[in-house]
Design a protein around this ligand. Structure first.
Ligand code: SAH
Length: 217
């Protein structure tokens, strides 16, 4: 990284701390993972801007503040087995991989998943496992998960995913329609679900199924 980018990164980390990302494990994960490795070439110089950026297949890499806060809300520790729905660029999965034991991440766009897998390999992030498929289905063979994060907005909390949440587990996800979405935290304890509304956000929608003719996208 050149000196300008380094300064840019330090400034971003200071901004995140000031705006609520205070968990030292999360801050050090954000410091360790090179966001510039996850953005598309035309946006390289904006890798440490505090904003979402476009990636292939009409999707986005989330805003650093949202990644930081959602990771913090998930309260992930070194023993946690985390399911992420919506791999996208792979950035959020990479951040999770620094605080969790293992990350299982699902993406419906094959080309995005292939790029993310390349990045995980290049950065030696060996505790991330990937799957191409419809995240609404979760990852039944690996369930239950102690933590679940969804990084695309569903209209409602998908029951198929809360079903894969372990007792004592936490799920963090954006819920709503394109005009109004909230990050929700769902906690399962004694087999009851407790739901909290945390912050207003804007995410791409969680869509069912897997796209066809993907090589033409
Ligand atoms: N976590 C990503 C954010 C990507 S945007 C990052 O850090 O870059 C959300 C992603 O969710 C998109 O890539 C989109 O294709 C994916 N997505 C949407 N619906 C999905 C579904 N049902 N299953 C799996 N992935 C889905």
């Amino acid at each position: 990284m050149n000196e300008g980018a380094h300064d840019h990164k330090i400034r971003l980390l200071m901004d995140l701390r000031r705006t609520g990302v205070t968990d030292t494990r999360v801050l050090s994960a954000l410091e360790t993972v090179p966001r510039e490795a996850f953005v598309s070439d035309p946006f390289l110089e904006h890798a440490y801007d505090n904003r979402a950026l476009p990636i292939d297949c009409g999707q986005t890499i989330s805003q650093p503040l949202v990644v930081g806060l959602m990771t913090q809300y998930l309260d992930v520790g070194a023993r946690d087995k985390v399911l992420e729905i919506g791999t996208g660029s792979g950035y959020q999965a990479a951040v999770l991989s620094k605080v969790a034991r293992r990350v299982y991440t699902v993406e419906r766009h094959g080309p995005l998943l292939a790029q993310a897998e390349e990045r995980f390999k290049r950065l030696s992030l060996t505790n991330i496992v990937t799957r191409h498929g419809d995240g609404f289905k979760g990852w039944p063979e690996q369930a239950p998960f102690s933590r679940i994060m969804v990084t695309a907005a569903a209209r409602e909390i998908p029951e198929s995913l809360t079903d894969q949440l372990d007792d004592g587990g936490i799920m963090v996800l954006p819920v709503g329609d394109p005009d109004q979405q909230w990050v929700m935290r769902v906690t399962r304890s004694n087999h009851r679900l407790h739901t909290e509304r945390l912050m207003a956000v804007r995410f791409v929608p969680l869509l069912g199924g897997v796209p066809r003719n993907e090589s033409e996208e």
